[in-house]
Design a protein. Structure first.
Length: 276
């Protein structure tokens, strides 16, 4: 049986990488896709799912190499008619991303032109992320949550409740004691939040020697990020994650970064005591 602690880390690492990809910039293409695939392929549960999708569920006649080359070479041609079967759809998107890397599809490529109505590269790139990449992220998310249920992580577990809120990609879970509302993130300064999280991770890397503690800091910081970005954060989940960060014995920079994050959360309307 999959180890629960190790699996929780898989959930958060996947969530983290998906968020990074969905916030990436058009002029970085195809590097964000390579990073994303490299990182998630290193997770055994995700790799096993992807391999099964490709080996056993790739639609007959599907050729990612030809499709990517055609779309990139002909203005107006686009990717359409993805399968409605999750495993087949995952195989299609996964293989398309791998081909985009192999063919070095840049952000200025014709490949992105049909994914937005305007002529801004940023809008076209985001359109591709929203219309194509999110399909794969959603399918992997569902697969991982099902594994979580199978190993005993139920709907009341903060890991399951929190997981799935990938940049407004929520999976609604409800327990007897709580209701989760999926909403668009409105009014949150994501850039400021990201800088605060980055400051915590940077300070942890320089002021904390224990690798496992650094990993736990990263996990809990990502919990805070995902909860705030969801627009409807669960107080219990936030309290637990912030409480962990407050309790870590780091240096001056780490402690200051945690205080600033708590202040940010308080300014968002969720009151948590600052460390005394």
């Amino acid at each position: 049986m999959t180890d629960k602690t190790a699996f929780k880390k898989t959930l958060y690492r996947f969530n983290h990488e998906a968020n990074i990809l969905l916030r990436s910039n058009w002029d970085e293409s195809p590097a964000p896709f390579k990073r994303f695939l490299d990182r998630i392929e290193a997770e055994p549960d995700v790799k096993a799912y992807l391999d099964d999708c490709v080996d056993n569920h790739t639609p007959e006649g599907f050729n990612a190499e030809e499709d990517v080359r055609e779309v990139a070479g002909d203005l107006g041609t686009t990717l359409i008619n993805f399968s409605t079967i999750p495993e087949e759809e995952s195989a299609e998107v996964y293989l398309i991303l791998k081909e985009m890397i192999a063919q070095n599809i840049s952000g200025r490529s014709y490949f992105y032109y049909t994914f937005a109505s305007g002529n801004k590269f940023a809008d076209m790139y985001k359109g591709f992320l929203d219309k194509v990449v999110r399909r794969l992220i959603a399918n992997i998310t569902e697969h991982l949550i099902m594994i979580g249920f199978e190993i005993g992580l139920d709907g009341g577990d903060s890991v399951i409740n929190n997981f799935g809120s990938v940049n407004n990609l929520q999976m609604n879970q409800a327990t007897d004691s709580s209701t989760i509302n999926a909403t668009q993130n409105i009014g949150i300064d994501e850039q400021a939040l990201n800088k605060l999280i980055d400051a915590i991770l940077s300070a942890a890397g320089t002021e904390i020697d224990d690798a496992e503690t650094i990993e736990d800091v990263r996990d809990n910081a990502e919990i805070v990020r995902a909860q705030i970005e969801s627009g409807k954060p669960k107080r219990g989940v936030l309290k637990s994650a912030l409480g962990f960060l407050r309790g870590v014995k780091g240096g001056v920079q780490f402690a200051a970064a945690v205080v600033q994050l708590i202040q940010f959360v308080n300014n968002c309307g969720f009151q948590f005591p600052l460390p005394g």
